[in-house]
Design a protein around this ligand. Structure first.
Ligand code: NDP
Ligand code: 8X3
Length: 251
């Protein structure tokens, strides 16, 4: 056991679930959160309650978030690393056709909940000279059709990470932003409202990033010597690259 503890949000699927496996294998204690309690319980059943503490709540429910924090067992109460991973995209429509409720949900989870948990844990992260890894996205740097509010939330996450770094200057706390491109998880099934075929089609033949790739990236950042800070990591599959600007012409 490393003796260290990480809180991974969005631990029921994708990057978060893979990160739980990576950190448990590396000897860390893991606080795993997400809404789907059954999936969290499976993590506890697989690894044991001494290694994984499951806490099921909706990130948008700040009272539930605070209660989860207040009721951490003593062995899990000293948090060394916060992985702000829970998040989602909803919809691919252009802004003028988008659903306002979906926009608000993305802001509530990707921005408001992320800053709320960060604010809650900052005192002890400072005390322990801990670290924060925020999962942003290339959509925060590159505009694409239908990216509108999702990309906006991720631009926030990227900039918030850099601003945190500045405010935490001298504290020893490390802050990193990971900005992945196309990765095959449940992300597109969620984004399309449950369309597995659309998800399969998007990733077919593209050799996308895997959840394990991002878990390995988080693990690498977490285990660097304490004098090093990775500010930003932008990672894409080889099959993906940026594609130009567009021009609307008269006539
Ligand atoms: P998944 O859909 O596989 O996982 C998303 C996780 O977020 C789930 O564990 C889900 O848990 C959790 N989550 C979503 N909404 C809430 C909520 N209201 N309360 C608590 N937990 C919530 O997607 P990924 O693993 O791909 O996504 C992880 C992060 O990576 C996200 O922030 C995403 O924006 C980002 N990202 C993804 C990329 C991709 O191409 N896949 C690329 C770049 C960034 P549950 O449903 O159980 O609540
Ligand atoms: C997810 C990556 O390019 O689908 O954040 O927006 S992308």
């Amino acid at each position: 056991m490393s003796g260290k503890t990480v809180w991974i949000t969005g631990a029921t699927a994708g990057f978060g679930a893979a990160s739980v496996e990576r950190f448990v294998a590396g000897g860390w204690r893991v606080i795993a959160s997400g809404r789907r309690a059954q999936r969290l319980q499976q993590l506890v059943d697989r690894h044991g309650g001494g290694r994984v503490h499951a806490t099921a709540f909706d990130m948008r429910d700040e009272a539930a978030m605070r209660a989860a924090h207040a009721s951490l067992p003593a062995d899990f109460a000293g948090i060394d690393l916060l992985v702000n991973n829970a998040g989602l995209a909803l919809g691919t429509a252009p802004a003028q056709q988008a659903d306002l409720a979906q926009w608000k949900q993305m802001i509530d989870v990707n921005v408001t909940a992320l800053v709320s948990l960060t604010h809650l844990l900052l005192p002890q992260l400072i005390e322990r000279r801990g670290a924060i890894v925020n999962i942003s996205s290339i959509s925060g740097s590159y505009a694409y059709r239908g990216g509108n509010v999702y990309g906006g939330t991720k631009a926030f996450v990227t900039q918030f990470s850099q601003n945190l770094r500045t405010d935490l200057h001298g504290s020893g706390v490390r802050v990193s932003s990971i900005e992945p491109g196309m990765a095959e998880t449940e992300f597109t099934v969620v984004r399309t409202g449950g369309d597995q075929a659309a998800s399969d089609k998007l990733y077919a033949g593209a050799h996308p990033i895997t959840a394990g790739d991002i878990a390995d990236t988080i693990w690498w950042i977490a285990n660097l010597p304490p004098h090093l800070n990775i500010n930003r990591v932008e990672v894409m599959p080889v099959s993906q690259s940026a594609a130009g600007l567009q021009v609307a012409r008269d006539g």
